[in-house]
Every structure is written in C-alpha cells, then in structure tokens.
Design a protein around this ligand. Structure first.
Ligand SMILES: *Cc1c(COP(=O)(O)O)cnc(C)c1O
Length: 367
C-alpha cells in the first residue's frame, strides 16, 4: 500500500515527522542504544531514565523554563487533567475557580471542575455557537480566584488565543493540548501548562504537565486522594510512579529532538506552522465564498483550520474526493461537521500546498 502519512490532516492522533517515524520503526526491532526493542524496555532501566531526563531537558530548553517548574509525563490524557487540577487547587479551598468556555474542550474542562468546587464561567461562546473568542473588554478577572483556566487552542472549532489572558497574580492554568511546542510562549507566566502528546508532539498515551513548584507547595493536601491522582507522588517518583508509557515517552523525546535539531527551535516551528495556516486561509478567503472559514478572522487557529462548503452534500463529496486523492482526517469533529484540516508540527508545508491545490481543483469542478 502507498505511504499516505504525508497527507494526514487528522486532528488527533496527528501526523508525525517522517524522520521520527523512521527512527520509531527501527526502535521497534532494536534501539540503537540498547540493541533491544523499545517495547520490551524496562521502565527501571538506565536507558529509560535517560529518556525521561532528556525529554524533560528538551521541554525545558525549548520553552525556556528553569527549576521553578516540575516537568511531568503522566497518563490519563488531557481529560484526566480536567479533574486533577481542580482536585488539587479547588477542592476544599473555599475559593472560586474562573474558567473560559470557548469551545468543545473548554466546556469539558468546566464540567469536571464543577464537581470539585465553585466555578465561575467568565465568558462562554456556547450560545453563539463557538465561532469566536472573547475580546479583552468582555473579560473581568477576579484577583482572588483559586486559579484561572483556559484552553489556548480549541481544537474542534479551530479557535486560538494569540495572547496570554488573566492576571499575573492569579495562578494561570492552560490546556495547550493542541498547540504545545508549536510556537514560543511565555511559559513563566503560567502556573500549570498541560498537553497530551497526540496532537503535536507524539503518539497517544502520555501527557506533559508543567507545574510550578510554588503552586504545588501551597496546594492543600487532599488526604484521601487516590495516590495516582496526587501530583506530589508523580513528582517524587520522577514520572515513574507506576509503569509509565515507555514507548509514547520515547517517541515524544524523538519529536522534541526533531524540533530542536532539525527544525531549529520554536521560532522556526512557528514560522513553518504559520506558513501552512496562511496557505489554507488564503485558499478559503480567495474562494469567493465557495469555502467559508468557521472562526472569526482574528481568532483563527494555526493548528486546526475548520471550514464549510455551501451544503452538507457538497461537504460530503469534498471529503469523499479528498479521501480518494489520498488525504485523510479532514472530516470535521463529530459535534460540528464540516471540514477541518489539522496542520500540526509534523505536517509538511508541501502537504498544505497539495491540499490547497486539491481545494482549487475541487472548486473548479463544482462551481
Ligand atoms: C484532544 C484534546 C483534549 C482531550 O485529550 P485526551 O488526551 O483525549 O484526554 C483536551 N483538550 C484539548 C484542547 C484537546 O485538543
């Protein structure tokens, strides 16, 4: 069968760089360092400890963060963080946590936090169908919230913040699952940043959590918490509390190496991601309304380009023809329909160009 990885526009798990896939293929049979399959490597081996160490160092280097953060590699996905965060910072605090409900994932995070304490939704885009993000004038942050939570990139709707929100004096917590390591960020202004790997930086199975030491130190102990859900246990075990997902962490390491050594850091990564997004948004804007973007222009995501065609039938024939041409993963999220091109780190500029060409010929044939 033809290798169709290059044209994988899936929203997650997403495309991985070919050079990483080549190394992964070799590692399944025998790792260069150990001569053994990565799938049979002990999580207590010196090799794996060095994998964890290097992965952590790479994340620190790429984001420019130092020892004030713990860097954890956890299981349970971003979904588990929706609970672990309020369990740690909200439960029993008597305070209110502030959330933005900016889309499908923001909504999920709010629902979980409400189980642990008082939650104030500062702004919700639900009634207006999640086509845009809030402007600064629409937001009033409290100075004594337990913390403030938002999603930097709403993966389903293709909405992305291009600024940091909230007060610097309130712990700022951000779900960066779908844009982590896709651009430089002011990481030091956040108290917790979390992102599972399967969108931008690896396969499913591992979630990177950066948590400021000061925030964890001042959090209440939750006496009867399952040990696994207590960040403190994960910290003291150095992300090796129980058997961690060795393979997923190894692949994530390879992706961080790729960003550092082949791409040349997050500035370059952002330039590439911006180029792909520009190509696609230009194709949409230049289509005379044949394609219409989902998101308001200033909130457009550099990671997920969601758009519609005039009718559902036309969207279906677009998706079918795209599939026949070798493109995959272009269906919109099941909650939204339409078309969504996810252009994560691993997707090449050439792939975006090929999609633009395809969109243009489809339009020619159907106008
Ligand atoms: C995909 C996604 C999630 C869900 O992640 P899981 O690892 O499946 O739990 C959460 N937040 C955002 C922004 C996402 O894109």
């Amino acid at each position: 069968m033809k290798n169709l990885n290059e044209l994988n526009f899936s929203a997650g798990p997403g495309a991985l760089p070919q050079s990483v896939l080549d190394q992964v293929q070799q590692s399944i049979i025998a790792l260069p360092e150990t001569g053994m399959s990565v799938l049979g490597m002990s999580h207590r081996s010196a090799w794996f400890l060095s994998v964890l160490e290097e992965a952590e160092a790479n994340v620190r280097e790429l984001l420019g963060i130092d020892d004030e953060f713990h860097v954890l590699f956890l299981q349970g996905g971003a979904t588990q963080q929706f609970s672990m965060i309020p369990i740690t910072l909200l439960r029993g605090s008597g305070l209110e946590a502030e959330y933005l409900q900016t889309g499908y994932w923001g909504q999920k995070a709010v629902a979980e936090a409400k189980k642990e304490g008082k939650v104030k939704v500062l702004w919700s885009g639900e009634d207006a169908g999640y086509h845009r993000l809030p402007d600064d004038e629409e937001l009033t942050f409290s100075k004594d919230a337990a913390y403030f939570h938002y999603v930097s990139n709403e993966t389903v709707e293709g909405l992305q913040f291009h600024r940091v929100l909230g007060h610097d004096s309130v712990p700022r917590v951000c779900d960066m699952s779908s844009d982590f390591l896709s651009r430089p960020i002011e990481a030091n202004r956040f108290s917790i940043i979390y992102a599972h790997a399967q969108k931008n930086i690896g396969p499913a199975g591992v979630t990177v959590v950066l948590i400021k030491k000061s925030v964890l130190d001042s959090a209440r102990e939750q006496g009867n918490l399952p040990s696994f859900l207590d960040y403190r246990n994960q910290v003291s075990a150095h992300s090796n509390y129980n058997t961690p997902p060795v393979f997923a962490i190894y692949v994530t390491l390879l992706v961080t190496r790729w960003i550092k050594d082949e791409v040349g850091g997050l500035k370059n990564m952002e330039a590439i991601n911006r180029k792909k997004a520009e190509l696609l948004y230009q194709a949409i804007d230049g289509s005379d309304g044949f394609y219409t973007g989902w998101a308001r222009q200033e909130d457009r995501s550099l990671m997920n380009v969601a758009f519609n065609l005039a009718t559902q039938e036309l969207e279906q024939s677009f998706l079918q023809a795209a599939g026949e041409a070798g493109f995959s993963g272009l269906d919109g999220h099941r909650s939204l329909g339409g078309v969504r091109a996810s252009i994560y780190n691993g997707l090449t500029i050439s792939a975006a160009e090929q999609l633009v060409d395809f969109m243009s010929s489809f339009q020619q044939a159907h106008r």
